[in-house]
Design a protein around this ligand. Sequence first.
Ligand code: PLP
Ligand code: SF4
Length: 445
Amino acid sequence: MRNYKSFTLRNWKELPQLQKLSDYEKKAIEVVGTVLPFKTNNYVVEELIDWNNIPDDPIFTLTFPRAEMLRQEHYKEVEKLLDSNAPQEEIKETVKNIRWELNPHPAGQKYNVPKIDGIELTGVQHKYRETVLFFPSQGQTCHAYCTFCFRWPQFVGMNELKFAMKETELLIRYLKEHTEVTDLLFTGGDPLIMKTKILASYIDQILDADIENLQTIRIGTKAIGYWPYRFIDDPDADDLIRLFEKIISKGKNLAIMAHFNHPVELSTPAAEEAIRRIRATGAQIRTQSPLLRHINDSSEVWAEMWRKQVNLNCIPYYMFVARDTGAQEFFGVPLVEAWNIYRNAYKNVSGVCRTVRGPSMSATPGKVQILGVSEVNGEKTIVLRFLQGRDPDWVARPFFAKYDEKAIWLDQLKPAFGGDKFFFEDELESIFHEHIYDDESENFE
Ligand SMILES: *Cc1c(COP(=O)(O)O)cnc(C)c1O
Ligand code: SF4
């Protein structure tokens, strides 16, 4: 059994591998780590990072802060305070202000909280008709944090968005009343950070409630990539495997939504064994990742990742565009370039890998896929479509934006052919008017 040891801003200097870092790189960990949360563990440090390839190693960049992840003016500001041993209060205040500049609440997340009898289900989000997200309160952290993660506000205690709910009862009522919901997705953080006993207390209640419309239970996790022992020989790993078997024996489909950013995460014997054990329960593993500069911004890396996943019996599912939050300037890839990477990877793998869809932006109106670049009547356009929409009727209708090589997010795109609005904008605005009206009585600070 491997004992779990985490490393954060508090104890990272204990790492023996740090001799491989320059003074500048170490300083950056301190400065950037004061603003953006970071956390890694002994498996990631010992098995995934190539310490002879610092700072370019993708897993190092995924788990350790680097200077370029902050805007230069922010970096200098924090560095100065740390160098001059400024009072904690002053550092805190500065850090708070910088965090607010990093768009901590992207994609209108606070508008997706459903209600039952006027009570907000604060641990629940329901944005797309068929799928409800559930954020169990004990699952709101991770084995290791990804430096690009859009959930960073909840890891640094910016809690308004820490959707968490202790009670499953309301959730069950909601699912029974909303018969259009077929999927329940446990998410976080990482729900598999919870001890099996706690996760089972949620899942058992849900299974016992016999919710007929509920067909699929999904669990979003990074554990196969960052702590595969969760499924192998952690003290409650066998219990977790039995819980998976139980879900399936109750006639529900179990989908593990696994998060992999780089093929190296699939290369260790522990990761392979974890996948083998999960698959042996009858669960499916679907994989997803954002496309990230410095990590996986090449078609070769994606093609290799999809092939490896399929060889290990996983189903490639989504390629995402990096969110417009946190260290987005460091990790972001323009949409047109993202599509080229997707296309070049996609055309070089066999059909069994082509279950993957992307590149997709999880934006306010929905999940929007970049279908490609096309010339229509002499005008160069970007062709898009919804994979998921706030209004399900938006899904699968192609629409056109003006060609823009620099755009990195939906809100930077303009309609093609001289239009002044995309087809969904009026409706989106009316949806938001209702919600903004709902929220007027609330104090978000
Ligand atoms: C991605 C996502 C889902 C799940 O969508 P699928 O396309 O069914 O995987 C559900 N809710 C939200 C808010 C999402 O972003
Ligand atoms: S595993 Fe997911 S939720 Fe956790 S830090 Fe990484 S991206 Fe964020």
